[in-house]
Design a protein around this ligand. Sequence first.
Ligand SMILES: Cc1cc2nc3c(=O)[nH]c(=O)nc-3n(C[C@H](O)[C@H](O)[C@H](O)COP(=O)(O)OP(=O)(O)OC[C@H]3O[C@@H](n4cnc5c(N)ncnc54)[C@H](O)[C@@H]3O)c2cc1C
Length: 221
Amino acid sequence: MYQTTYHRPSSVDEAAALFAKGKEAKYLAGGHTLIPVMKQRLAAPSDVIDLGKIKELVGVEASGDTLTIKAATSHYDVTQSDAVKKAIPALVHLASLIGDPAVRHRGTIGGSIANNDPAADYPAALLALGATITTNKRAIAADDFFKGLFTTALADGEIITAVSFPVPAKAGYAKFPHPASRFALTGVFVAKTKAGDASPKPKPATSASPRPAPRKVASCG
Ligand SMILES: Cc1cc2nc3c(=O)[nH]c(=O)nc-3n(C[C@H](O)[C@H](O)[C@H](O)COP(=O)(O)OP(=O)(O)OC[C@H]3O[C@@H](n4cnc5c(N)ncnc54)[C@H](O)[C@@H]3O)c2cc1C
């Protein structure tokens, strides 16, 4: 058994300060990736910093043509949100296809995109919709965020605080789920922006599947 110290900060600043103090710290959100990885001894963090109780990281906000989902919002809460249902029902559909009820109740959008599993569902949606990832340090366009297999633009210790989506004219998601885990064997998110062909360019179809990173594959004007 190896030792780890569990922390439960109440603000993003406190979480970042704890991370900076730790020798090899890790953030914990839903724990559906981090805990199995620790159980398999593939990670042995000195400090586990739980983001799940930070109130400023939970919830959904709609303002004008932008929908913002805070990072520690669970997949289940996305499926239940009236704001998401109204603005981008395709995200409700996507979240409802993730794993099983236990995974949906614990797993979070921030954990999913920080992990950037090539078979995860959300990365394709972020790319197709032209989302912006907000962290405690900066805003990152989805196009610049997903770098490769389990790799993102996040710097060490950087915390995702929210994901903002421009509300599209239309969007849809479909996937072939793995029969056991429900992860995407392949998945495609298609979106048409309200601006149509105007700048910024319409966001194309993007796919989630076991390749190094989600990929834009076609423009749908
Ligand atoms: C059986 C099973 C089936 C699943 N099926 C699917 C599926 O069908 N589709 C799908 O998309 N996903 C699936 N998942 C993944 C799951 O939905 C979670 O999205 C995923 O486990 C990560 O989210 P989490 O909140 O559990 O993160 P955690 O496990 O807590 O953290 C994952 C990583 O992200 C980092 N992190 C977490 N939050 C932040 C943050 N705010 N800022 C910076 N770093 C952060 C952590 O340090 C860690 O490195 C499945 C998981 C399991 C166990």
